[in-house]
Design a protein around this ligand. Structure first.
Ligand code: ATP
Length: 580
């Protein structure tokens, strides 16, 4: 409870700047409850003072009052809704920005541990729930509570007994609807989840259609889809049953209460303790309150859920580091491109120790091939240079400065990392290349593309650099993707370039072409090339062989061949494969 209050207050803080608007919205909603709650009293006056006495002038006057109340009610409802939705949208805009910024500050380990679907759902579903809470649920809550209070006030003044009947009805209907909300919610959650399962199954099938067709497994896929689809169908049927049952139960209770009122009210009128107008007012109150009472049941359960959504968002914000850079972080103005590992150890969050005391010094301009069996820690090694992960023990230094002490902006200018499967965004080629420097001039972009030898291909396209890649745009081959990624990295003119298994998805011909170009591209740069294939050895000054998280061999390629150790064996078996 204390926690919920804290979340609510923190959520309210997001309204800062719009607090006045929000409060005015709430005030409008209270006025709306009042105008609605007073209508039955006006009807009573019209009946008792006008209709039953035959004073039509008075009846018409009260009729006009009812009209006025209805018009005011509409005006309050419109303004209240507008003000609350506007301030809620403003609050959620700020909250969403905070979450998105926090996601940007999180380190790689956070993304390893968190499902991306979960994060997407937080930014979309959770924020949507909070918008609904601040603009709709809260409005319904305030409106219902005040309407009930105003109605009970006038009812008690008219007839205490009938007011008690109304009170009991309110309590029963609210509890029926709260129970209904409690029962239906888990089903709705399952329906939402199942809809997600079906959506991802459909997306997966469409994305993997080539594989599915080539393996002729359409039937299996359809069977799976049909099973999931049936699941969704039965959940919806279950939900409908519950809705039909509870929905009607509320109407039944209300019907019972109105019959009781008619019975006792009728007796009261005959006995002279109640007027016809009062009975009409009571019946009108019951009808007016019906919808807010049902909404109240939902709102009560929803407050907790919305606050839980808020706390999930706050968790993403709070668990992110305040700033990516250490307070004493420095910029390296004129980098030389020296890289050094000093007794580096790393254990991933899964508990797997991947680097076990790596010591390595790479001179400026040196080209190093890092090779070794799968899972030996090659990629991890280069990722530490780009500070995607930080060592548990030891240090990674660039030009003698610990990478943790280099400002991220500076580090990104010195070190470029080209991943094994570069991500090409669904944007123009120009934007894809200039990703890290959106204000790059066309000259800079074409220069980088020329170096990566992709300029001619891009120029041959009808829309050139404005060609959109990806969905509904052109599709790039593996080699072209690697070249776009290379151009992207080269645009910043980095001193150190990390190529993480750049050839694994390429055919031998493309690999050869890129390798030839790399020799020129990497001329004045320090380069670390991770590769299980040994072809890059021809541009390497030094080879590092890793096994099980340690460097087991290192030296000039020809020295290692002479030595006849691990590298020589790898070369030999690679040669065997080629000879076959
Ligand atoms: N982000 C991560 N979280 C947890 N474990 C990881 C992560 N990245 C890699 N690993 C594990 O660490 C080990 C070393 O991985 P790494 O990618 O560094 O090896 P590699 O030598 O480059 O392998 P490959 O040649 O197959 O790419 C593997 O067992 C891998 O499963």
């Amino acid at each position: 409870m204390k926690g919920s209050l804290k979340q609510l207050l923190r959520l309210m803080e997001y309204l800062r700047g719009h607090l006045l608007q929000f409060s005015a919205g709430i005030a409008m909603v209270i006025l709306m409850s009042y105008t609605n709650g007073v209508i039955p009293v006006l009807i009573r006056e019209a009946v008792d003072r006008g209709i039953t006495t035959g004073d039509y002038g008075l009846a018409i006057r009260y009729g006009l009052f009812v009209l006025l109340a209805a018009v005011l009610n509409g005006a309050f409802s419109f303004t209240g809704r507008y003000l609350l939705v506007k301030s809620a949208q403003h609050a959620v805009y700020n909250l969403r920005m905070d979450v998105f910024r926090a996601i940007g500050r999180h380190n790689m380990e956070f993304f390893d541990r968190t499902f991306s679907g979960q994060l997407i759902s937080r930014i979309t579903n959770d924020t949507e729930r909070i918008t609904r809470f601040l603009s709709f649920r809260l409005r319904m809550f305030v409106y219902s509570i005040f309407l009930i209070l105003v109605s009970l006030y006038y009812m008690v003044r008219m007839n205490v007994f009938l007011a008690l009947v109304a009170l009991v009805t309110i309590a029963v209907v609210v509890s029926i609807n709260t129970t209904y909300a409690m029962k239906i919610r888990p089903i709705y959650d399952r329906i939402r989840h199942q809809t997600g399962v079906i959506a991802s199954l459909a997306t997966g099938t469409i994305a993997g259609v080539k594989t599915i067709k080539s393996l002729s497994v359409e039937e299996n896929v359809q069977e799976k889809f049909s099973r999931e689809n049936e699941g969704l169908y039965s959940m919806n049927v279950e939900a409908t049953k519950i809705t039909a049952l509870y929905g009607n139960a509320s109407f039944l209770i209300l019907g019972l209460a109105m019959s009781a009122m008619l019975y006792y009210g009728g007796k009261g009128i005959i006995g002279g303790t109640l007027t016809v107008g009062e009975l009409v007012a009571f019946l009108t109150y019951m009808l007016t309150m019906m919808w807010p009472l049902r909404a109240l049941g939902f709102t009560i359960g929803d407050i907790q859920r919305s606050l839980a959504a808020a706390s999930r968002l706050f968790e993403v914000i709070d668990s992110a580091p305040e700033a990516v850079d250490a307070p004493d972080a420095v910029e390296i103005e004129d980098p030389r491109g020296e890289v050094e590992f000093k007794d580096v150890h790393l254990t991933y969050h899964t508990g797997r120790t991947v680097l076990k005391g790596v010591n390595l010094k790479i001179s400026p301009g040196e080209k190093v091939l890092v090779t070794g069996p799968p899972g030996s820690g090659k990629s991890t090694l280069v990722k530490l240079i780009a500070r995607f992960y930080e060592p548990d023990r030891g240090k990674v230094l660039i030009d003698g400065v610990d990478v943790r002490k280099i400002k991220t902006k500076s580090l990104r200018r010195i070190v470029a990392y080209v991943p094994q499967e570069p991500f090409i965004f669904n944007r123009s080629l120009k934007e894809n290349i200039a990703l890290a420097k959106p204000d790059a001039t066309m000259d800079e972009i074409t220069k980088a593309a020329r170096m990566a030898r992709i300029h001619d291909f891009i120029s041959s396209l009808p829309s050139g650099y404005d060609t959109v890649v990806g969905e509904k745009g052109i599709t790039l081959s593996g080699g072209q993707r690697q070249r776009v990624a290379l151009a992207r990295a080269l645009l910043l003119n980095p001193k150190v370039i990390l190529l993480d298994d750049p050839f694994s998805n390429l055919d031998a011909e493309t690999e050869k072409e890129i390798l030839n170009d790399l020799e020129t591209i990497l001329q004045d740069k320090t380069a670390i090339i991770v590769s299980q294939r040994l072809s890059p050895v021809k541009i390497a000054d030094r080879v590092i062989v890793m096994e099980n998280g340690s460097i087991v061999e290192e030296g000039k390629p020809e020295e290692l061949v002479r030595k006849g150790g691990a590298f020589a064996k790898m070369l030999e078996s690679a040669g065997d494969v080629h000879d076959e």
